[in-house]
Design a protein. Structure first.
Length: 67
């Protein structure tokens, strides 16, 4: 279960046990709330490998990632 700090970032996360014993498979992913990413805006530009993607929150509260 994740809990949030004052900036909206999750401070802990319990992942299901990894089936693979390798260190990469056992790593717990970092959890960030969409509110922390969007900071009150409806859209965020993300630069990934020289390509810009847009993370957008819809009127219904869904998230859409587009190029």
């Amino acid at each position: 279960m994740a809990s949030e700090s004052s900036d909206g970032a999750a401070t802990s996360f319990r992942a299901a046990p990894a089936r693979d014993a390798s260190p990469a498979a056992a790593a717990t992913p970092r959890v960030v709330t969409s509110d922390a990413l969007l900071r009150g805006e409806s859209q965020l530009a993300i630069l990934h490998e020289r390509t810009v993607y847009f993370l957008r929150r819809t009127r219904l509260g869904k998230l859409i990632l587009t190029k």
